[in-house]
Write a protein that binds this ligand. Structure first.
Ligand code: PLP
Length: 398
């Protein structure tokens, strides 16, 4: 706890802090959960793209999943080989695919038009097909995977069309991909999706890998449920190995966890600017807003908050809000040990989709980032300055 206060003293708030030992622990937990011959863990780097985080994951043995050419370039800079990088974009143009291919990374195709373009232009380059399994589409509303993810992938019902293109251009399909985006609870639903993919896989003779994306749930609240990765890995390995035996081939099993690897490793520390007592409630205004952490406003996401300056204070109810000039509520009616002006509040689960979704709205600077690894703190991004805000702007003579 006091470690965070010390870091705040040194690097000032608002501050993102990542615990590299937790990332390492999550990576090893993920790896050891599966009992298959070839397991490739591609870190979905859109969750957190700091070069030092990428470098740490590379060191741990991860590969990379990138959704833009810029993420590919970051990955290459961090030391990943092109062969370790999978490009899994959605709805990008031909030019971006051309560039990805020029870097030598593996590409994942998510629409028929693009498949035809790539197959005709690069008949010698193997391709991976992203399949939308429409699992439970319109069915179970609790896990309406097909609906949530509907703009992603090539419909499983369009496979005959895919096969026509493959035959016409004689292109090699070496991978099938599915990323449902759902929260995996017991894994049963996921295994049913896998079975759909296995049956599709039987008709692609040159397949080398099957990529099951991500969707691993991490706990955000105390006592929140999380994917039991060990039990999921055990069950999944059994069905996967069975499929390999049936096909007489040792396929690579790929996953693309983002959140699972980095969410819990991150903390976001902010300072309390103002306490405002109204007739209805008490507002805590932080020296931050959705320019730094947008998940609560954008996804209605819950982030656990701790008062690290006054952990033993008596509990009170607060509305935790930001300084952005529009509504930016981090938490409503949140019970916290008494919050005073100048206290530091720490948001948990700030590793995934927090800094990477930050902006300069209200012309504010993005925070600094610190990585703690093996008891050493490293500044891995400096706080922005006015230079960053001014960069690229052109003031014309008017
Ligand atoms: C975002 C994304 C992931 C990672 O999802 P998490 O929920 O962070 O694990 C994996 N694969 C693809 C294709 C993605 O777009």
């Amino acid at each position: 706890m006091s470690d965070f206060l010390e870091l705040t003293e040194q690097y000032k708030a608002p501050l993102y802090v990542y615990d590299g030992d937790i990332i390492e622990q999550k990576f090893n937990l993920f790896k050891s959960a599966f009992d298959v011959k070839n397991l490739d863990i591609h870190y979905a780097c859109k969750a957190l793209t700091n070069l030092s985080i990428l470098k740490l994951l590379k060191k741990l043995g991860a590969r990379l999943d990138c959704v833009s050419v810029q993420e590919i370039q970051l990955g290459l800079k961090a030391g990943f080989e092109p062969s370790e990088i999978m490009f899994t974009p959605n709805g990008v143009g031909e030019e971006e695919y051309d560039r990805a291919i020029s870097f030598g990374v593996s590409v994942n195709v998510d629409n028929i038009d693009m498949l035809e373009y790539l197959a005709s232009k690069y008949p010698d380059i193997p391709l991976c097909i992203r399949i939308n399994p429409h699992l439970l589409g319109g069915g179970n509303s609790k896990i309406s995977v097909g609906t949530i993810d509907s703009k992603f992938g090539i419909s499983i019902h369009q496979l005959p069309h895919v096969h026509r293109i493959v035959e016409q251009y004689n292109v090699r399909i070496n991978g099938l991909h599915v990323h449902t985006g759902s929260d995996i609870h017991d894994g049963e639903i996921f295994i049913r999706a896998a079975e759909l993919i296995f049956s599709a896989a039987e008709s692609f003779e040159q397949l080398e890998y099957l990529d099951f994306g991500s969707g691993f749930k991490v706990p955000y609240k105390p006592n929140d449920y999380a994917t039991d990765i060990k039990s999921f890995g055990e069950k999944f390995s059994v069905v996967f190995n069975k499929f390999c035996i049936k096909m007489g081939k040792d396929f690579h099993l790929k996953f693309e966890p983002g959140k699972f690897l980095v969410s819990e490793a991150g903390s976001f520390i902010t300072k309390v600017n103002v306490i405002k007592q109204t007739t209805a409630c008490t507002f805590v205004h932080l020296d931050s807003g959705f320019n730094h952490l947008i998940r609560p406003m954008f996804y209605n996401a819950y982030h656990h908050i701790e008062n690290i300056s006054n952990p033993d204070g008596s509990d009170k109810l607060y509305n935790i809000v930001g300084y952005i000039c529009e509504s930016d509520t981090f938490a409503s009616n949140r019970m916290l040990p008494e919050v005073r002006k100048g206290d530091y509040l720490k948001f948990n689960n700030a590793g995934a989709y927090c800094f990477s979704m930050s902006s300069n709205y209200n012309s504010r600077y993005r925070p600094a980032e610190v990585l703690i690894y093996k008891n050493q703190a490293h500044l891995i991004r400096t706080r922005e300055s006015l230079e960053d805000i001014l960069q690229n702007q052109i003031m014309v003579e008017i």
